[in-house]
Design a protein around this ligand. Structure first.
Ligand SMILES: Cc1cc2nc3c(=O)[nH]c(=O)nc-3n(C[C@H](O)[C@H](O)[C@H](O)COP(=O)(O)OP(=O)(O)OC[C@H]3O[C@@H](n4cnc5c(N)ncnc54)[C@H](O)[C@@H]3O)c2cc1C
Length: 302
């Protein structure tokens, strides 16, 4: 065992550090080679200590949540993957204010909101990401985005300082926030919801979940919408109109149920995903002059 492994274990405990961990087990697209080090910190203090360790030793690192918006290279990741997930996922509720640690799944936050008859999180509940990933991406669905109910966000910046940013300071945009540009680590977030009727909240959550099941290829591994929505258009419609429904590269395929999704229908690889999305981009540009931009984040390709 090398010295870095021991130091990571000293911070997070042996049970929370894995060597050569297959990232396909940590992405909803089910692709990705091995991460040299894979750590699952259990507290904010551990995240900060990990950050100082990798920074001081100039070691490559990446922060991931549930891996539901991620395609990891088949070569894997030759550094430390910091998985902010279930080990750091407590949720605290005081009246209509919810504080959630970054590793909490949106579904779990939604469940707590429902339990306390709080409305304003229904649209987000079906997104299969963590609070950290959703804040990073300003995730949204059915007309709502996470920025709509976020009061503030606690982050670690690249100088190693913890800062509490207000909603405005987070610089939210369409599937964008300053977490990406400033390479922040999301530690926790505070949301303001409203008192509502429990039955109505539950009915809305169920209705939106049904809409997802009806419209999205949830029966296959995917990373959700592959491309961002281009101005004044829909990626899925452009892809369908270009005749690309069902197009395949290896085990990856343009979903015939929803062309905005690339699905892993037959043990596809990250390479298949890249080849397919490159071809989609080229076809859509050649036909409609529209440049599609990946919404899915890539890891380990440099
Ligand atoms: C079936 C399906 C449906 C989906 N539907 C939607 C939808 O309706 N709307 C939508 O917006 N998205 C949707 N997505 C995409 C995805 O669920 C969201 O983008 C989600 O917010 C990603 O969260 P995550 O925890 O999985 O992040 P990951 O995929 O692990 O990471 C995504 C990005 O966030 C960064 N990140 C993650 N956690 C942290 C942290 N704590 N600190 C700093 N950076 C961090 C990563 O480095 C990466 O850049 C869907 C995905 C799937 C598979």
């Amino acid at each position: 065992m090398d010295n870095l492994y021991d130091e990571l274990c000293k911070i997070c405990g042996y049970e929370n550090v894995k060597l050569n961990e297959p990232m396909s087990a940590h992405t909803t697209l089910k692709v990705g080679g091995r991460a040299k080090y894979f750590v699952t910190p259990t507290s904010e203090e551990e995240i900060v200590k990990l950050f100082y360790l990798v920074r001081n030793r100039k070691i490559k690192y990446a922060v991931v949540g549930n891996g539901s918006n991620l395609c990891v290279s088949d070569k894997g990741y030759d550094g430390v993957v910091i998985n902010v997930f279930k080990n750091h996922s407590n949720i605290y509720i005081k009246e209509n204010v919810i504080t959630a640690e970054a590793g909490a799944l949106l579904a779990k936050v939604g469940k707590e909101a429902l339990k306390h008859s709080l409305t304003g999180f229904e649209e987000l509940t079906g997104i299969p990401g963590t609070v950290g990933g959703a804040v990073t991406m300003n995730a949204g669905a059915y007309g709502g985005e996470i920025k709509d109910c976020l009061i503030s966000c606690r982050v670690l910046n690249t100088n190693g300082n913890i800062i509490e940013y207000t909603n405005e300071e987070m610089k939210f945009g369409y599937r964008d926030s300053r977490v990406l540009s400033d390479k922040l680590v999301v530690l926790s977030a505070v949301f303001r919801l409203e008192k509502g009727d429990k039955d109505n909240i539950e009915a809305k959550m169920k209705e939106l979940a049904q809409r997802r099941r009806d419209k999205q290829p949830l029966e296959y591994p995917s990373a959700g919408s592959t491309f961002k929505r281009p101005q004044g258009n829909f990626a899925g419609k452009l892809i369908e109109d270009a005749g690309l429904s069902g197009l395949r590269k290896g085990g990856m395929e343009v979903s015939q149920k929803h062309c905005g999704f690339v699905i892993n229908s037959a043990s596809g690889s990250a390479e298949d995903f890249i080849k397919l999305t490159d071809e989609i981009r080229k076809c859509v540009f050649d036909k409609y002059g529209v440049e599609l931009e990946l919404e899915v984040k890539l890891l380990g390709f440099d």
